[in-house]
Every structure is written in C-alpha cells, then in structure tokens.
Ligand binder design. Structure first.
Ligand code: HEM
Length: 412
C-alpha cells in the first residue's frame, strides 16, 4: 500500500466543496466542520488537503520551505498546468527569487513612506463623505456603502497613487475579480470574466510601463528601484502589476467589512466615537472578522507529517485564513469567548487576514491608511450606522466581498 493510501486511511476526509456557491455564500459551517475534523483534512473532491485551524495555518504560512507558493496559490498546480498568466514574482515565487522584489515594495509601501499621503488621503476622504452628507435635510443619509464608500474611496486614491492614467480604469475591478476567481476550480465564477481575461490582463500590463506612469507614484518608484539595480528591469512591470492585482479588491472588501461590522454592532461604533484611537484596532478586527482573502493554496515540497498522517509531496494544501481567524482554539478567551463577535476590546494582532511569514501582505499599511482615512472622516459626522435592507454578497473564489450594503447614516 502506498504511503498516500495509508495516509488517506488515517486522515479525516471531507467531500465538501469549499468553492460551491453555497459554501462561498456562507463559509462558516464548513469552516467549523473542517476545524473539528482535525488539523489536516483530505478534500476528496480535489485530492487536496485543507488546514482550517489557526495553529496549522499560521505555522504553515511561515514554513515556506515545506509549503511553496511557486506551484501556484490557487487550485491549478503549476507543476502540471500552464498558468493563465505569467506567474507573479512575489505571490507565486519562493525565496530567494521572491526576496528582492518583496524588499523593494516593502520600502515603497512602508508606514514611513506613506506618511506623505496622510493629509491628501484625509482630504479625499473628507471630500467623499462631505459630498454624501451635503444637503441631508432629515439628519440621515441613505446610501449603498459598496459603490458609495468601499469602492469610491480606494478607486479615488489608489490608482492615482500607483500612477496609472485615468483612461480605462473601469477595467480594474473586473480584472481583480477575475484573477482572484482564477485561483478556484472551473465553473461559473471562473467563467464570469474569462472571455475578457487576456484583454483585461493586456490592459493592466500596458499601465505598468514606465512611460505611462506618473512621475512620483508607487509605479515610478518601482522603476527607480530597477534603475538602482535592486530588481531586474523585467520585474518592474510585474511589481506594478502586483500592486494593481492585490491592492484594490482586497481593500474594498476590508472597508465594506468594517462598515458592515459597525452597522451590526452599534455599541462598537459608540466606543470608537468615544475612543477614536481605536481606529487601527477597528480595521484589523474587521480584517480578522471578515477575512477579505479567505483562502490561499500552497504545495508540499516533500512528504510533510501532519499528526499521524503525511501530506504527500506535490499536493495542494488549502489554507483557510478566514477559518483560522475565527478558530475558537485561538480566539476564544475568558474575556472574549466568542470569536464570531466583532469587538474592539479584543487584541486582533496575530490574525492571518494579511497572511504571515515571507508573503505577509506587503500592502497592509496602504489598506490600513485608506480605511483609517475614511473612518476618520465618518466618525465625527455619523452618530449611528444602520442597515436598511438585505446586504447582497458578491461571490468570488478567493475574496469575501459585498455587492450591496444598504446603509443609513444617522448624522451627528
Ligand atoms: C499579499 C491580504 C491589501 C499587495 C497578501 C496576502 C494576504 C493579503 C492574505 C498573503 C498572500 C500569501 O500568503 O500567499 C490583503 C488584505 C488587504 C490587502 C486583506 C486589504 C484589506 C493590499 C494592498 C496592496 C497589497 C492595498 C498593495 C498596495 C499585496 C502583495 C502581496 C500581498 C503585492 C504579495 C506579497 C508576497 O507574496 O510576498 N495580501 N492585502 N495588499 N498583498 Fe495584500
């Protein structure tokens, strides 16, 4: 009997499909079932493995030696399948190849480097919020928080800061949607923009060339790093592509999540109004609670022991970041027994919503600054946030997003 068969005999198995529309709509029951089944579960449908508990996800994300990214962080295994695009030199690369590009972006997107954006982004957030509340006669404003805030603000500031031209920006969201859907199995979601995928990718790549980027944005800074010899010149467009791929939909999801969280937990909004210094905790708690990036795959580089069993070399392992972020084994404490509660008194640090280890989100400070700018603009003007209708999910194979979030802002 092969070792893989022996392992399947001792490993818990699930025939659930994490990418079914039902599980994407409400992943929490599946997460709980996978966590309870064991530290590693065989997903029979995909002959892949799942880790859904905090400790295993956290430790495996840090263990790039055993769990590689260069065979793809989606279901397609680049050892056997040709990727739909040229693989990323960051997300789909391992050290040492990954390290120079990472260092370059880490510098460009460091909290220190972003300081120069604080005032401008605060003014942009004020502008968006002022336009929404202007003329609110009755003291309330009804809006759809997805297009009006969660998309409006990142779309206002992020593409400008990368430095791409205005024309064609309507391609950014379908492009982002597709590349995160492409990490899942064939089906409705992967097909959604498939017919335009190469056209969208070609448009994005056209925005990465030095001559179309503005002089001082993130994109130009990537090219300057190439000029200094810190990365290969052919990697510069790939890094600009990485910003446009990873920076928008994720942040939109995070901002929508924090607004929804406050609508569902009005006491937490009151707390934030009383203690505005909790804004940073608020966004990280929302990233823990919602986990905009729900899952990423890795591939085992050798037979890796998992308790009594072995994950065989070359197989895919699905890391459930969203499940790890609500695992009671990590998050249930005497002071905060319920991991499903959005609670500003919790310390959310250590959550894996931005990943962990060598791929730890290099743009997290950008996302935080965007969310903080928007919350800071809303805080003095809004007394209470109320849901006025049924929110609608935007399903994606990787991201947890909203299509519509009907809110009423009760003005202060
Ligand atoms: C990596 C989440 C915003 C750029 C990651 C990873 C996660 C993540 C989970 C780890 C991937 C892995 O381990 O394979 C998020 C969330 C965001 C966000 C939840 C917003 C709330 C951003 C922004 C940018 C960005 C604004 C760009 C400015 C990147 C890049 C990587 C990455 C380039 C690849 C890093 C690497 O593989 O070394 N992000 N991200 N992200 N993120 Fe973010």
């Amino acid at each position: 009997m092969s070792s893989a068969l022996t392992d399947l005999a001792v490993l818990p198995t699930s025939d659930a499909d994490p990418f079914s529309l039902e599980n994407l709509t409400d992943p929490l029951p599946l997460h709980a079932a996978l966590r309870d089944a064991g530290p590693v579960v065989h997903l029979s449908r995909y002959d892949a493995y799942a880790m859904a508990r905090y400790d295993e996800v956290h430790d495996s994300l840090r263990n790039w030696q055993d769990f590689e990214s260069s065979s793809g962080v989606g279901l397609p295994n680049f050892r056997h399948e040709k990727p739909w695009w040229t693989p990323s030199v960051l997300l789909e690369a391992d050290p040492p190849r990954h390290d120079a590009p990472y260092r370059v972006l880490k510098d460009i997107l460091s909290p220190r480097a972003l300081r120069r954006l604080r005032e401008r982004w605060a003014a942009d957030a004020d502008g968006i919020v002022n336009a929404l509340v202007a003329g609110a006669g009755s003291g309330t404003v009804d809006l759809d928080a997805v297009p009006d805030l969660a998309e409006a603000f990142p779309l206002r500031v992020f593409p400008d800061e990368v430095g791409i031209p205005s024309e064609g920006r309507e391609n950014l969201l379908p492009y982002g949607d597709h590349q995160f859907n492409a990490l899942g199995p064939p089906g409705e979601l992967k097909d959604r923009h498939a017919a335009r995928a190469q056209e969208l990718l070609a448009w994005v790549m056209a925005q990465t060339s030095r001559d179309v980027l503005s002089a001082d944005g993130f994109g130009a800074q990537v090219w300057a790093a190439a000029d200094r010899g810190e990365i290969l010149p052919e990697h510069a467009p790939m890094l600009v592509r990485a910003l446009l791929s990873a920076g928008l939909d994720t942040t939109i999801s995070g901002i929508a999540a924090v607004l929804n969280a406050f609508a569902l937990h009005p006491d937490q909004w009151q707390r934030l109004r009383a203690e505005p210094e909790l804004i940073r905790v608020a966004f990280d708690e929302a990233v823990r609670w919602e986990s905009p990036v729900q899952t990423f795959f890795r591939v085992a580089t050798r037979d890796v022991s998992a308790g009594a069993a072995v994950v065989p070399e070359g197989h895919k392992i699905l890391m459930f970041l969203g499940s790890a972020n609500r695992d009671p084994r990590r998050w249930s404490t005497p002071e905060h027994p319920d991991p499903d509660a959005f609670d500003l008194t919790r310390d959310p640090s250590g959550h894996v919503g931005f990943g962990m280890g060598v791929h730890h989100c290099v743009g997290q400070h950008v996302a935080r600054l965007e969310a903080q700018s928007l919350l800071t603009a809303l805080l003095p003007r809004v007394e209470r946030i109320e849901l006025t209708g049924e929110p609608r999910r935007h399903l994606n194979n990787t991201l947890r997003m909203w299509e519509s979030l009907p809110l009423r802002l009760h003005l202060a």
